[in-house]
Design a protein around this ligand. Structure first.
Ligand SMILES: [Zn+2]
Length: 353
């Protein structure tokens, strides 16, 4: 990560290593690029679940829109000076905002929110005349991470757009954006890969068990890729093993096994643990409704055995509580207590009948 000029701080944030659009995105991107005036208006919102490559899609759209000599199919040439700058993360007209902070060594740290300062700086950069005469493009990923002050600052620029500039918001959960922002953006549902495309991608990335990981990641290939870590896989399997037999589950002991460790370890694991639990409960709800498990098909039979013991209304209520927990804090102050409480509630689901 190199940052050559203080002015372009945010133009460089997070753009570590270029990636061309994924195979499942090219058709939809080509269609949009054919008519940029219509399909890349002043404010666009690209949305879809996490792990399908929305950030890459947005950056590839930006590269094409900024390209000096686009190809006949309107894709970026990949060879001109503008493309070169974009791929290096150093294009003065491309501003990428992510919830990241850099220390003096250039090491990045993930922030809980996108602060208002980042949006103010972006607005400042957008007001400077574009360097390469193609307007400026700001990409905000994920937009729902803007705190309230940041969202309000952004809203002001949406109300008074600067001609020729474009704003691309990327959101995993677009419904969490303020209605005032949503109403000013055109919406684009990011292309979702077919199972075949996703598996082909994971195989090319030499993932150990693509089919299992893809299922556990809910069909999102980049999420599956991020989950491909032997230690993590083992951890996930041990978490699942405790959920299979709720009667034998000891919330206190389970919380002690990993949620009482060092802050960094727990921080790394908590979000994953919550994701596993949410996916598990989602699967259980599906099985209760007569369907099949989607994330953990290998536990289909176990879930069928559990289903008659659960009150569905309680299961949905619990699912909602888990989602709230995930929204509220990616890292709670007392993770061990939260894990213990959530597992106690889980266990109680099977005794309420
Ligand atoms: Zn180019």
């Amino acid at each position: 990560m190199s940052r050559k000029s203080e002015d372009f701080d945010y133009a460089l944030d997070g753009m570590t290593g270029w990636r061309d659009a994924y195979p499942w995105q090219t058709v939809a991107l080509a269609q949009r690029l054919r008519d940029p005036e219509q399909w890349f208006p002043q404010s666009l919102l690209i949305h879809g679940v996490a792990g399908i490559g929305k950030r890459t899609l947005a950056l590839n759209a930006a590269r094409a829109l900024l390209c000096d000599t686009p190809r006949d199919d309107h894709f970026a040439c990949g060879r001109c000076a503008s493309c070169h700058y974009v791929m290096q993360g150093q294009h003065p007209d491309l501003i990428l905002i992510e919830p990241l902070e850099y220390d003096e060594n250039g090491e990045s740290k993930t922030l809980e929110n996108i602060p208002v300062d980042a949006i103010r700086r972006m607005i400042g950069l957008m007001q400077v005349t574009s360097h390469r005469q193609r307007g400026k493009i700001a990409v905000i990923v994920p937009a729902e991470k803007m705190n309230l002050a940041a969202a309000n600052a952004l809203l002001k620029t949406l109300e008074e757009p600067t001609s020729g500039n474009r704003l691309i918001l990327v959101a995993h959960q677009w419904k969490r954006l303020p209605a005032t922002i949503l109403s000013r953006c055109q919406r684009w549902a990011a292309p979702y890969p077919s199972e075949r495309d996703a598996l082909a991608f994971l195989q090319a990335e030499q993932v150990t068990d693509p089919k299992m990981l893809l299922a556990q990641a809910g069909g999102a290939p980049l999420r599956a890729l991020a989950m491909d870590d032997p230690e993590m896989t083992q951890m996930r399997q041990s978490w699942l093993a405790t959920l299979v037999v709720p009667k034998r589950l000891s919330p206190f002991a389970e919380a002690q096994t990993w949620a009482a460790g060092s802050r960094d370890d727990v921080k790394a694991n908590f979000a994953q643990w919550l994701d596993v639990l949410i996916a598990w409960i989602g699967d259980l709800a599906r099985v209760c409704a007569g369907g099949d498990a989607r994330h953990y098909p290998e536990y289909n039979e176990n879930m069928r055995a559990l289903a008659p013991q659960v009150v569905r209304a309680a299961l949905f209520r619990y699912h909602r509580i888990l989602l709230q927990q995930r929204r509220r804090l990616s890292y709670p102050l007392q993770p061990r207590l939260i894990v213990e409480a959530l597992l106690a509630d889980y266990r109680a689901l099977f005794f309420s009948r």
